[in-house]
Write a protein that binds this ligand. Structure first.
Ligand SMILES: [Zn+2]
Length: 204
């Protein structure tokens, strides 16, 4: 199957080697919610030189959003609004926001286990300072220092990360947690999710 045969993936997954995907992975990518499911805004800084091409991804970093009140709402529209709130915070100029060109992460996995496309994968993210080259950023919604991810969320995060690993020839050894790459101390993606990521990475 050619990339161009796939409706969403050809738009979302630039340069993915779709021949590497199995049937259930191909079905999964058809369920991924495209960017316009949560925002009509385009990346803001296209003319400002703040968006850099991602080129070929060679690593993945897992985050939680880590907000002080843990997000636990599985609702579709509530989640879309929550993601839009994160996007607005990321693009708003400092000191109120981050002043980035767009939402920092490439994908979100929500409480119900849905995957949302955030920043288009053709652009480098803004999710690990100094280490965004070739780095796909996935945020699991919630604060996993305070609560645990839901079972559907954890399951989908694992399957979706595995899909990206297959499609981009990335080994699980190159799936990081934010705290492992960060120059500043951070507990991201939270201790309750970090334990699970370590287990996944340790598989033979
Ligand atoms: Zn993080």
């Amino acid at each position: 199957m050619q990339n161009s045969d796939l409706r969403l993936p050809s738009r979302i997954f630039a340069q993915m080697d779709c021949a590497q995907l199995n049937e259930s992975q191909r079905q999964m990518i058809e369920t991924i919610l495209p960017r316009d499911a949560f925002t009509s805004a385009l990346p803001a800084g296209a003319g400002a030189g703040t968006l850099r091409p991602l080129h070929k991804p060679f690593r993945i970093t897992i985050h939680h959003d880590g907000l002080p009140v843990p997000w636990t709402n599985p609702g579709h529209q509530a989640t879309a609004d929550y993601l839009e709130g994160i996007r607005q915070f990321h693009v708003r100029p400092p000191p109120e926001g981050r002043g980035w060109a767009d939402i920092g992460y490439h994908f979100a996995v929500d409480v119900a286990g849905r995957v949302w496309q955030l920043r288009p994968l053709e652009w480098q993210g803004a999710h690990v300072r100094g280490a965004n080259e070739g780095n796909i950023g996935i945020v699991a919604l919630g604060n996993f220092d305070l609560t645990s991810p839901s079972a559907p969320q954890l399951n989908r995060l694992e399957l979706f990360t595995d899909l990206l690993c297959h499609g981009y020839h990335i080994r699980w050894n190159n799936v990081y947690m934010h705290g492992e790459l960060a120059s500043n101390a951070t507990s991201c993606p939270g201790k309750h999710l970090a334990d699970r990521v370590r287990q996944l990475r340790a598989r033979p």
